[in-house]
Design a protein around this ligand. Structure first.
Ligand code: IMP
Length: 185
C-alpha cells in the first residue's frame, strides 16, 4: 500500500480547488489519457464546480512498457475541436515523461488557447523527457504502482488505492501485490 483511498480523495479535492482558482471564469476542456487516467479523470471532474467539457485520447507504445525508447502512436484521437479552448491533459502518472512530451508536441498544432498537464502521480526520478506537470497529486518513488486506474497487465485498475508491486524474483510474471495490514492484495 502506498496511498490510501482517503488520501487520494482528499488530494483530488485539493487539486480541484487549485484548478478552480486558476480557471475561474473559464470553461476548461479536460482530456484524459486512456486507459490509466480514466478513474482519476472521472473523480477530478466530479470534484470541480467549474463549467467544463471533456474528451479522451489513447496512446500506445511499441516496445517494452518499461523502456523509454520506441515510437508512440495515437490509437484514439480527440473527438472535439480544441481550437481556442483551455485544455488540461489528465494523466495517471508521469513516468519517463514520454507520453506527455508526445502530447505537448502534437496538440499545439490544434491551436488550443492554453495547454496544461495534470497528473495524479509523478515519478521524478524516472524522468527522461522534459515533462513538467502543472498539477501533481503525489510524487512516488521509482516503483511499479497499480490501482486507481493504473494497471499491471490490465489488472488492478479497479483498486481504490495505489499499491506498489512487490519486488520479487523471477520477474515480472510472478510479481505480486504487496499485502496490506488487512491481508488484502
Ligand atoms: P511515461 O513514461 O511518462 O510516458 O508513462 C507512460 C504510461 O506508462 C503512463 O501513462 C502509465 O499508463 C504507464 N506507467 C508508467 N509507470 C507506471 C506504473 O508504475 N504503473 C502502471 N503504469 C505505469
Amino acid at each position: 500500500m502506498l496511498i490510501e483511498e482517503t488520501e487520494i480523495r482528499q488530494r483530488v479535492a485539493e487539486m480541484a480547488r487549485r484548478i478552480e482558482a486558476d480557471y475561474e471564469g473559464r470553461e476548461p476542456h479536460f482530456v484524459g489519457v486512456l486507459k490509466g487516467a480514466a478513474i482519476f479523470h472521472a473523480d477530478l471532474v466530479r470534484e470541480l464546480s467549474l463549467p467544463l467539457t471533456m474528451d479522451f485520447v489513447s496512446i500506445s507504445s511499441y516496445g517494452p512498457a518499461t523502456s523509454p525508447v520506441g515510437p508512440l502512436s495515437l490509437d484514439k484521437d480527440l473527438e472535439d475541436d480544441i481550437e481556442g479552448k483551455d485544455v488540461i491533459l489528465v494523466e495517471d502518472i508521469v513516468d519517463t515523461g514520454r507520453t506527455a512530451t508526445f502530447l505537448f508536441q502534437w496538440l499545439p498544432a490544434r491551436k488550443p488557447a492554453s495547454l496544461r498537464l495534470c497528473a495524479l502521480l509523478s515519478k521524478p526520478d524516472r524522468r527522461v523527457f522534459p515533462a513538467h506537470p502543472d498539477y501533481v497529486g503525489f510524487d512516488v518513488p521509482d516503483r511499479f504502482v497499480v490501482g486507481y486506474g493504473l494497471d499491471y497487465n490490465q489488472m488492478y485498475r479497479n483498486l481504490p488505492y495505489i499499491a506498489a508491486l512487490r519486488r520479487s524474483r523471477p520477474e515480472p510474471s510472478s510479481a505480486h501485490l504487496e499485502h496490506t495490514a488487512t491481508g488484502e492484495p
